[in-house]
Design a protein around this ligand. Structure first.
Ligand SMILES: N[C@@H](CCC(=O)N[C@@H](CS)C(=O)NCC(=O)O)C(=O)O
Length: 207
């Protein structure tokens, strides 16, 4: 069975959400998120960066959440939740899947890390504001792309929505504005899905 090494609220949620959408069994291995544990010899064998998540499936051990998504889709998805590789939609699927982590989650993660390393009055407002301005650009691009759509590729929900959804989840408390209108509606569409709610409950109750 797929094992997801996870701590509540971290990117393992993307993988849990995907497994729930695809109805795939998975096991959650809860991990102590403290820096001490993450940089222990024991954890560095599972994630050489001292980060989360990691995924184990037999002999395979992965440490990038969007690679985990693509791996699960290709191995167990049976063509679900991604367009066929020969289509135009697939090009956009790849773009949004990669954008969600490589571009959008990056400034959000920088705020999270900055606030962890420089709590309370040590926070440097200019650093946070610069990262927020990058988040707003991403939200604007997403808002424009969502014109007339329920999901990022149109009427069909795909794993790119899962990946974007996680980034929106963690963006929420790190910005000083509301989501733009179409992003807000989109967030409502994806966060009300049964699979997302189940994954959130499973991480809440650690089972
Ligand atoms: N690109 C990686 C990012 C992993 C990542 O930054 N994970 C966060 C938790 S969601 C973490 O471990 N942060 C601790 C740190 O960066 O020090 C992925 O998508 O898996």
């Amino acid at each position: 069975m797929i094992k997801i090494y996870h701590a509540k609220g971290t990117r393992g949620l993307r993988v849990m959400w995907l497994c729930e959408e695809l109805n795939i069994d998975y096991e959650i291995q809860n991990v102590d998120f403290s820096k001490e544990f993450r940089f222990s010899e024991q954890w560095l064998k599972i994630n050489p960066l001292g980060k989360l998540p990691s995924l184990r499936d037999g002999d395979i051990l992965l440490f990038e959440s969007c690679a985990m998504i693509q791996y699960i889709l290709d191995k167990y998805g049976g063509g679900k939740l991604q367009p066929s590789p020969s289509t135009t939609s697939y090009a956009y699927f790849l773009q949004w899947l990669w954008f969600s982590e490589a571009t959008f989650a990056r400034p959000i993660g920088e705020i999270v890390n900055h606030r962890r390393e420089f709590p309370d009055e040590q926070e440097i407002p200019e650093v946070v504001q610069e990262m927020q301005s990058r988040i707003y650009k991403c939200l604007d691009a997403l808002n424009e792309a969502l014109e007339g759509k329920d999901f990022i590729l149109g009427k069909d929900f795909t794993a790119a929505d899962i990946s974007l959804g996680y980034s929106l989840l963690i963006a929420q408390n790190r910005i000083d504005k509301e989501f733009p209108e179409k992003v807000d509606k989109y967030w409502g569409n994806i966060s009300s899905r049964r699979a997302f709610i189940t994954a959130r409950n499973r991480e809440q109750y650690n089972n």
